[in-house]
Structure formats: structure tokens, C-alpha cells
Design a protein around this ligand. Sequence first.
Ligand SMILES: Cc1cc2nc3c(=O)[nH]c(=O)nc-3n(C[C@H](O)[C@H](O)[C@H](O)COP(=O)(O)O)c2cc1C
Length: 219
Amino acid sequence: MTDPTSPDPAAPPDRTSERLERAGLSGDPLQIFEQWMGEAERDSRMEYPNACTLSTVDPRGMPEGRIILLKGVDARGFAFYTNYESAKARALGAHPRASLTFYWDAMGRQVRVRGPVERLPAEESDAYFESRPRESRIGAWASDQSRPLESREALERMVEGVRDRFGSGPIPRPSHWGGYLLTPIEIEFWAAGEARLHDRFLFRRPSEGAEWSVVRLNP
Ligand SMILES: Cc1cc2nc3c(=O)[nH]c(=O)nc-3n(C[C@H](O)[C@H](O)[C@H](O)COP(=O)(O)O)c2cc1C
């Protein structure tokens, strides 16, 4: 009989609580983010550790959030893909700034990113679109994202129409679909601490290319 008080080696570890110290963090927050994302891919036990909330402000000044998938991070910033005529794209047209919020429950970690957003170069969107499964490429043509839809059947008819149109040939990227790049000017790292005494470090820079400064924040 197994001893119920002994730890089950197969059980996932409890949520981590860790102490973040300035000295233990790189001076480059993008490097820290890449490290945390790598650890989340390994240890978060999430199907989509790259899921995050994209927050925008619509043309009326109303904030709005939705989950998207981060599809790239490099020295320039954070890349994601969507429909250029969706509600979020209209919001970004009016206010080209956004925030991304990541949360990895099992790791006790949150990251918040803010900054200006612009479209990725067309060639980059082409290359990413090309890498997507055929069904996803068909969906990008068929869905008038964020607009009213009469019925599920109407969407399925659109999908059939796209299939007929392209047959077994190549499916190019529709001009209404592509990527955005968020250039960070603020990145906050948050780590859950005991008794709600969380550690928070906010990296800030006045503009892209400027030096980062860092400040510890109260939880
Ligand atoms: C796990 C998950 C991942 C998603 N990834 C994306 C994505 O990468 N791009 C996207 O446009 N929508 C994605 N969505 C759908 C969005 O949450 C949203 O419904 C859609 O983009 C329309 O948003 P909008 O009307 O505010 O423009 C995802 C949803 C979930 C739950």
C-alpha cells in the first residue's frame, strides 16, 4: 500500500514561489522574457504557454482584451498574427499601442509588456502564413473576423468556397491577414511570493533603442 503522506514522484510540483533579486536578473528584459518563455514551455504544463491577453483601446476609448498566441520574440519585440480588419486591428488603427499579459499558473509568474505596435513587413507575414497548416490558411480567407455572422452554415459555405477556389494549388496570404510587432517600452516581471509578498521588477525605456532602467515595485 502506498503511503498517502509520502510525495508522489509523478505528481506535478506545487506552484513555485521564488525570490527575484535584481542581481540575478539580466539587464536586458527581452533576454529574461525569452528565458521565462523557455521555462514555461518546459514546465507550465499548458498547451499554449505562449497564450497571452492582448489589450487594446478601441476608437471610442474603450479598453478590450482577448487571448492571442505570441508567435515570435526577438531583439525588436513581440510578434503576433491576426486579421487586419478585426476589432483589434481597428483598435490598433485608432491607437497603435497595446499591452500583452502572460500568466503561467504553475510557475507563479506573470509578465506584462507595453509599447507601440506596427504591422510586420509583408514578407515576414508571408513566411509565417506559408508555415501554417492548410486548414488554418483556408480559415484565414473564410473568416470575416469580428464581424456578425448569420449562421455556422454560412461560415461553412465560405470555407467550401475557399476550398473550391484554391483546389489543390497554393494558398497565398490574404492581404487582410498578417502580423504585428509590439516594440516594448515597458516589461514587468512578477513572481508569486509567500503571503502575497510578490516580487515585481519593472523595466522601462523612454523609446526603442534607449537604455533600459529598472525599478522594484511594491506587490
Ligand atoms: C488560446 C487562444 C489563442 C488564440 N490565438 C489567436 C491569435 O493568435 N490570433 C487571433 O487573431 N486570434 C486568436 N484567438 C482568438 C481571439 O481571442 C479573438 O477571439 C479574435 O482574435 C477576435 O478578437 P477581436 O474581435 O477583438 O479582434 C485565440 C483565442 C484563444 C482562446
